[in-house]
Write a protein that binds this ligand. Structure first.
Ligand code: FAD
Length: 414
């Protein structure tokens, strides 16, 4: 029986496993390995970070449930096996993978879908003092800080403004800053504070946020940020971060109670240790047009971990969840085709659509053909996209259950 091993149960890995299961069923042994027991719905991390007004819950069970989707549920009615383990070695010559705890897993086909990690660009203090925003724990930490802040105001222990410093004016930084803006407004009202209770500053190193979007789109986003009281500092490259400050290359220093780093990603460090894995300048895995790892006939790589230039403009494709999902589909198709001795399918990247939530029930959606939808209807589209994803990995009932539960929890501060 053909053994397919998928490393990483993120957006790419899960799609690849489910598609292979549909195509091959019991004809093959499909195994997904991930260090966590749940698939993390990363696009809603900012909602978890800023969810406010929930019942006291020391273990944050309610919040965890919103974005942690157990693999046991996702693969329950399939033939996909799941192994929870951290991968420590990949031997591309012997077709073997080793995990922490010394489990050895063999394969005929391997899919590397290990995602990315936070890039600090070597800036002093980022690792030590800035809060990383890519994991469940990261989002829960910010949430806890908000709770602490509101308690301090309620009990009269704090009178000065709480300062949030968000470092990185990309999609992630903007959506987090905006949602914090909405959330702190609710806290202010609840704590009966006159005026503001916080300052939220968003730093962008470059001359403008999101350089790839149009001027009109940028203006809409900036107007919304201004309305939410976010202080946007463009042209502000960071030189150093300390326990309670961000120092800019212009020598200006800004004091902060919570510093969050949202300035970029890089491939997981672990890839560097894999002997014979071809990587490009950025450290990402080099793949061909079929998403096969260069020089390895039975190894595919997908998602944030790969280096792939769009043949239409020779520019790197962006790291989006739906891009990883598309690649998961292609890898599954090509493994199937390869097993059945059929021609492989070329990957034709599609990545020109984006939706950015900008605080509360407001989003800007850039759809196909340059159609732009903003405000409440933009938010509705974003919600529908999330629902579509849930329906693609769960049964109708389960998907609707998660969807409405999330809307109820996340709308409390809108
Ligand atoms: C805060 C934030 C918000 C985002 N919002 C959006 C959005 O709104 N829309 C959008 O399209 N994209 C968004 N993205 C980008 C999107 O999340 C990524 O592009 C997508 O998750 C990449 O999918 P992937 O399958 O490559 O990796 P991931 O989804 O990151 O999955 C990688 C998996 O590998 C596992 N793993 C890693 N190393 C090991 C190891 N050594 N052993 C075992 N398991 C391991 C991880 O646990 C993880 O489950 C966002 C990203 C961030 C950080």
């Amino acid at each position: 029986m053909t053994k397919v091993l998928i490393l990483g149960g993120g957006f790419g890995g899960v799609r690849c496993a489910l598609d292979l299961n549909k195509k091959l069923g019991r004809e093959s042994e499909i195994t997904v390995v991930d260090k966590n027991g749940y698939h993390l719905f990363i696009p809603a991390l900012y909602e978890v970070a800023s969810a406010y007004g929930l019942k006291r819950d020391p273990f944050a069970v309610q919040l965890r449930r919103t974005i942690c989707m157990p693999y046991a549920d996702i693969f329950s009615k399939t033939n996909v096996n799941f192994v929870q383990a951290e991968i420590s070695e990949i031997n591309l010559v012997e077709n073997k993978v080793k995990t922490e705890g010394n489990m050895i897993l063999g394969y005929d086909y391997l899919v590397i879908a290990l995602g990315s990690e936070t890039a600090d660009y070597g800036i002093p203090g980022v690792k030590e003092y800035a809060h990383q925003f890519k994991t469940l724990e990261g989002a829960l930490f910010i949430n806890k800080k908000l709770e602490e802040m509101s308690q301090q105001f309620l009990e009269g222990e704090r009178t000065e403004l709480f300062s949030f410093l968000v470092c990185g004016g990309g999609f992630t930084g903007i959506e987090l800053a905006a949602e914090l803006g909405c959330c702190t407004k609710v806290i202010r009202e609840e704590c009966k504070i006159r005026g503001r209770c916080s300052n939220i500053t968003l730093f962008e190193a470059g001359p403008k946020i999101l350089p790839a979007i149009s001027e009109k789109e940028r203006r809409l986003i900036k107007n919304r940020l201004t309305k939410l009281g976010i202080i946007l500092m463009e042209n502000s490259p960071i030189e150093e971060i300390g326990s309670d400050f961000v120092k800019l290359k212009t020598s200006q220093s800004v004091k902060g109670d919570l510093i969050v780093w949202t300035a970029g990603i890089k491939p997981v460090e672990f890839l560097k240790s894999i002997h014979g894995l071809p990587t490009g300048n950025t450290g990402r895995i080099k793949v061909d047009n079929f998403l096969k790892v260069e020089g390895h006939e039975n190894v595919y790589a997908i998602g944030d971990a790969i280096e792939f230039n769009d043949p239409k403009n020779q520019k790197p494709i962006p790291a989006f969840a739906y891009v990883s999902v598309d690649q998961g589909k292609i890898a599954a198709q090509n493994i199937y085709n390869s097993i059945k001795n059929k021609k492989l399918r070329q990957y034709d990247p599609f990545h020109n659509v984006w939706i950015i939530p900008i605080g509360g029930k407001f989003a800007l959606a850039h759809l196909g053909g340059g159609v732009l939808i903003k405000g409440f209807f933009g938010w509705i589209i974003r919600e529908l996209v999330d629902l579509k994803y849930l329906l693609s990995i769960f049964s109708l009932n389960k998907a609707l259950d998660i969807f409405f539960n999330d809307i109820t929890i996340f709308s409390k501060n809108d």
